[in-house]
Design a protein around this ligand. Structure first.
Ligand SMILES: [Zn+2]
Ligand SMILES: [Zn+2]
Length: 180
């Protein structure tokens, strides 16, 4: 299976680069095929079983995994944005999630879910635009001093996480920030 056939996830365009889907020779428990990649994270479900490294991204993309196993993948929105039900469904049932310290949050903008681009680099955080900082302050009900303090402490992979989201409509970059 070539990477060219890799499914297209509107809200998580490169889950391999973000570290949430990875190469594997394991057979997918939904389609029973070893397709070369598996979702590295557990699915969201009520049971105790761990579904990590058992579901191929193709079965996430077409919704088979969600319906066959009764699970979701990426789901909680961190903002009070009106987002169409179809977008929320695509996010929760057909999009690979990611892992953060306090439980994954997905951001929205322009009445749509944003696409997840992974952990921010130090430059992306230190050079965040005024619009990005303003959006963060509004979402978190915090002032700019709080942002500056968090941003100055940020080192990728350490105990503060900056997760990057891009609006599919206006291009605004937003960060979801959390800490260990
Ligand atoms: Zn599969
Ligand atoms: Zn936007």
């Amino acid at each position: 299976m070539s990477i060219n056939d890799f499914p297209n996830f509107r809200y998580h365009p490169d889950p391999v680069a973000t570290g949430n889907v990875g190469p594997s020779s394991a057979a997918c428990r939904v389609c029973q095929q070893a397709r070369g990649y598996v979702y590295l994270r557990d699915a969201i479900h009520a049971g105790r079983e761990d579904y990590s490294e058992q579901i191929c991204p193709w079965c996430i993309a077409d919704g088979r995994a969600a319906s066959a196993l009764g699970v979701a993948f990426a789901c909680s929105l961190d903002v009070d944005q009106e987002v169409p039900e179809t977008a929320l469904e695509e996010l929760s049932l057909r999009t690979p999630g990611y892992v953060s310290f306090q439980g994954e949050k997905w951001l929205a903008h322009c009445s749509d879910v944003c696409r997840f681009l992974g952990d921010a680099t130090m430059e992306q955080v230190s050079q965040a635009s005024a619009a990005t900082i303003a959006a963060w302050c509004t979402t978190n009900d915090a002032d700019k001093a709080v942002w500056l303090e968090l941003a100055s402490d940020y080192v990728p992979g350490a105990d503060i996480g900056f997760y990057t989201f891009e609006c599919l409509h206006c291009g605004l970059i937003q960060f979801h920030v959390d800490a260990a």
